[in-house]
Design a binder for this molecule. Structure first.
Ligand SMILES: Cc1cc2nc3c(=O)[nH]c(=O)nc-3n(C[C@H](O)[C@H](O)[C@H](O)COP(=O)(O)OP(=O)(O)OC[C@H]3O[C@@H](n4cnc5c(N)ncnc54)[C@H](O)[C@@H]3O)c2cc1C
Length: 263
């Protein structure tokens, strides 16, 4: 196996997802962040394939400098290298320029047999990136995998379908997105974590390093724009707790049901 590239996104914890009502963008400044869970699953799958088939596991992320320590966390899990794609021009991107930037970097890394990603991010949750990256790279794609096994020059991928599973065999190189929790991600090694945070040298590539013009990245390279955000109307359910023994509870329940307004 040659290079195994894992696309990794840093996302705010779900309870911290806040949108700026003016810019309609995610407000990361107040959020506590973490590696997207499905991407941790992808890292684990990459490490297991490397253990059997060799190769190098390279983590790749597009985002602001605050993503650096999360990439180092992935290195402490066992990845061989990590690259951050960071540039002011990349900000405000929808999925098209995000996929363009990631696939340009993947092509630049080169020598890859497998590109892994999570099935979707837990913030924007569009699930579009893996398919778009495969299209830009012109390689086959297998999405929503629950298991990935390398067999020589081929890959066997199991994916969930309605009512069962499907096993797909594919040639290399290939893009695979994996379901969150398909395997249990390992914990980062504590000693390696200390080393990664203090000594690991992370590669950072800008748009210039990738040879990408400003107009094709970030908000300028995007085709979709968020025009409105609205909150879900809070549920108007009235929670009533009925106390007492079974007979009293059932009598009270019957009374409440008889009295409830008809709609
Ligand atoms: C109109 C619009 C405007 C937006 N504006 C902003 C904005 O201003 N600021 C902002 O932060 N976001 C913005 N977003 C969200 C941004 O486009 C997405 O975060 C990004 O394109 C990835 O989409 P997703 O999170 O749905 O990824 P999905 O397609 O759900 O992700 C699938 C997998 O792809 C990989 N992946 C996704 N993103 C990355 C990444 N950045 N680096 C490496 N791997 C990745 C991961 O493995 C992930 O599990 C905007 C989205 C839209 C539609």
């Amino acid at each position: 196996m040659r290079n195994i590239i894992v696309c990794l996104k840093v996302v705010p914890k779900s309870e911290n997802i806040i949108f700026d009502p003016v810019t309609k963008r995610l407000d990361r400044s107040k959020a506590e962040n973490q590696i997207n869970e499905a991407d941790k699953t992808a890292i684990e799958i990459a490490l297991r394939i490397r253990e059997k088939q060799g190769g190098r596991v390279i983590l790749l992320s597009m985002g602001p400098p605050l993503f650096e320590n999360f990439l180092k966390l992935g290195v402490a899990m066992g990845a061989d290298d990590a690259i951050l794609l960071s540039d002011r021009n990349f900000g405000g991107a929808d999925t098209y320029p995000t996929a363009l930037v990631l696939s340009t970097a993947i092509a630049q890394i080169g020598n890859y047999d497998l590109v892994l990603a999570g099935e979707e991010s837990s913030d924007a949750a569009l699930g579009q990136l893996p398919g778009q990256i495969a299209e830009f790279l012109d390689i086959p794609q297998v999405l929503f995998a629950t298991s990935v096994e390398a067999e020589g020059e081929k890959l066997r991928v199991k994916r969930r379908i309605k009512g069962g599973h499907e096993t797909v065999e594919t040639s290399l190189p290939v893009m695979v997105s994996v379901e969150m929790g398909a395997v249990q991600p390992r914990f980062p090694d504590f000693k390696k974590m200390k080393w990664a945070l203090s000594q690991f040298h992370l590669t950072v590539w800008s748009s210039r390093d990738l040879g990408l013009r400003e107009e094709v990245t970030g908000i300028k390279g995007s085709f979709t724009f968020v025009r409105g955000l609205s909150e879900i109307t809070p549920s108007r359910r009235k929670r009533v707790f009925i106390e007492g023994d079974v007979a009293a509870k059932s009598a009270k329940l019957a009374e409440l049901l008889r009295e409830r307004p008809r709609t």
